[in-house]
Every structure is written in structure tokens, then in C-alpha cells.
Design a protein around this ligand. Sequence first.
Ligand SMILES: Cc1ncc(COP(=O)(O)O)c(C=O)c1O
Length: 298
Amino acid sequence: MFQVRVSYDQKPYRRALMETYGGTCVASPSTETNAGRQILAADPNSNGSLGIAISEAVEVAATNPDTKYALGSVLNHVLLHQTVIGIEAIEQMEQAGAAPDIIVGCTGGGSNFAGLTFPFIGQQLRGGKKVRVIAAEPAACPSLTRGKYAYDFGDTSHMTPLVKMHTLGSTFMPPGFHAGGLRYHGMAPLVSHLKELGLIEAEAHTQNSCFEAGILFARTEGIVPAPEATHAVRGAINAALEAKKNGTSPVILFGLCGHGHFDMQAYMDFMAGKLEDRMYDQSALDASLAQLPAIAAE
Ligand SMILES: Cc1ncc(COP(=O)(O)O)c(C=O)c1O
């Protein structure tokens, strides 16, 4: 199993869990694949990225007949598989006698966001209630708010097919912030398409503002959200504060996509005032976008 280098170092208990279940965990980029060795030759201290880990995993699957690879996010069929979340949410909201006016989800590759929101957007498109749908992404890896809508590869070493999506460029290296699941250069094609159609909005949040929201949520509700999920919590709190200011009381639904029990080091760093709001490097983003496949420029 490949785990992105920065997560491998920051989150030893995730690795311990995988090893407990019998897995072997290798930090990516690794010396075990051509893709990993090439990245390490250019930058021996590479933090890794989801795009690099995907390249390594695809290479291992492609060169070993007994190995298969299943992508966890980004591809449209994965999003549709996750819609069980939204289908259940519709029924739960009905049981509560309510229907959301605003829905917020965090976006890495787009699967938990799409899973929650697509069934509600589907209802809207069939003449049902109009919902305001907000994608909450990290300011340090802002594919929906700063990326280009273009054909790009899903991985850094260009082994995957091209997909049309909001992308920061497949070679973009996000800084090593704690919401590792959101450190992906692109966004699922269906989520990207809805953004282009104006059916969803996107906003970017810094990691300190997200952990602040995560702590407030933990102290209010008793659940510690995963760093990824704190982006949705931040978005929901912001929507509530905005409504309070405007004197309205919308029903806000948000996706709590994971708990933070393996991310307590991040919470400790936040509480000690040690978390940095590292932004992406504009010149690195420009360089990465300049390398988009030629079809994007046509
Ligand atoms: C808890 C959690 N939330 C969200 C994500 C982001 O992925 P996606 O946008 O596909 O839901 C991840 C990815 O690893 C995750 O671990």
C-alpha cells in the first residue's frame, strides 16, 4: 500500500491500523516504482501527493497480473456509488420534517461531496426544491476556485486517461497541510461540470480556520471531525453566521465525512498554535498549468 509521504510521517496511527490488518505500507514517492524513482531523483525530499501515489499504485497494478487497483475518488462512477449518502440523507431529513436550503461538503476528489449533494441536485433538476450547494476546499490546494477547467491527467506520471476537470495541473505539489485527503490537483468531472453550469458554488478555507471550526464542533456536538471534514464544518458555520447576520434561518445540511481520531497530532499542533496556513505557490501553479496536455489549449 502506498501512503503519501507527508501523511506517512504525520499520521503514524493510520499506518499502524493498516499494518494491524496485515497490510504493508510504503511512503510515496518510493523507490519501488519507476514513477516514484523519477520523482525522488528530481526531489529526494518530496512530500508526495495523491497524484504521485496514484501513479505508483497504477504502475504496480499494471505490471503485476495478480494486482488490481480501485480508485477511491474522482471518477464519476465512484461519485455515483457514494450517492447512497444523499439518498439516505433525503429520507433522514424527511423523518425530521425538514428539507435543506443549503448543503455543504468538503472536496478532495469530489466523492463525499457528490455523494451527499447529487441526489438533492437531482431533485432540484426534476422540479424539486432549489438548494444552495457549497463545495468547501482547502485554500492551499484550490482546484475548484483557482484551477483551470481543462483536460488533464488524474496522476502525476500520466498513466491515467485524460479527464475534463478543474485542475491545478497534474504536477502541482500542494504544501503539506493536515487535510491529506484534500491534497489532490483535480476535481471529479461531474462536480467540475456542475460548477461550470452554476449549480454549485465553491469556497476555499485555510487550515487554521478549519481546525477552529472543528474544535467548536467537537465541543458542541462531542464528535471530533477529520481534518478534511472540518472544511465542511467551516463552510456550514460560515453559512449559519451569514444567515444570522441577514436575519434568516435556513436549514443547513453538511457532510461529516470522517472522524479525526487518527489526526489528533494535527489538533495538538493547532491548540499549541503551531499550525501554519501555508498557501500554494502561485509561480508553481503557473508552471504546473503551463504543462497541461496540448489538447487543453485547443
Ligand atoms: C475523511 C475524508 N474526507 C474527504 C476526503 C476527500 O475525498 P473526496 O473528495 O473524494 O470525498 C478524504 C480523502 O482521503 C477523506 O479521508
